[in-house]
Design a protein around this ligand. Sequence first.
Ligand code: CA
Length: 233
Amino acid sequence: MENKKVVLVVEDEQSICRFVSVVLETNGYLVETAGTGEEAINKCRVRQPSVLLLDLGLPDMDGVQVMKKMRERYSFPVVVVSARTGEKDKAEVLSMGADAYITKPFGTQELIDCVKRAERHSKQGMERFLPKKTRIQTGEFTLDLEKECALVSGKDIGLTHMEFILLSALVKKSGRVLTYEFLMEEVWKDTSLEKARELRTLMAGLRKKLEENPMEPCYIFAEIGVGYRFRDI
Ligand code: CA
């Protein structure tokens, strides 16, 4: 049961929302729903879905704006649902990072095909993106794996070798919480109590260099009692 993929359906029309939910549940997905853009953003913050099905015409904000916000933070596949039929819209939303596009009205099979296509597209994108990537970028931040340095707003922040290893581990698994033990293993291959203290010191130094205001971080987040997480790329 827990292994089912969660699809967040963002749709304000009750009848469509019900139809889509039934189709997806019948095909083995768990469905969560949101009736507004704001609700969708909040729900993603609490729990990232496996797939986002996003209606463009929402009562509180344009679906395109919602997608932009999602793409700034998350990498899960997005299927855009639209009543608009112009090709320009379609090209526009796809170029902005949607993985698939479906136009209302649509049938059962069309919907399922579209969700699966989005999942495949997103996965291919990630795989193509990962192996030969020597620079990883998000916003004003760049990690250069070849030169072993990190840049913020184009400026080298002057990491030590240990700080670089710690940061790389976090960035490579961005969006996931890495435990203290995992990070100690990565940096020192040693998870003793002494290293736990050193990890705190190392992390404090890294955050000071990386974050404009370490008290209000925008890259590395502490999960108290568990570990640290680099923001979603
Ligand atoms: Ca709508």
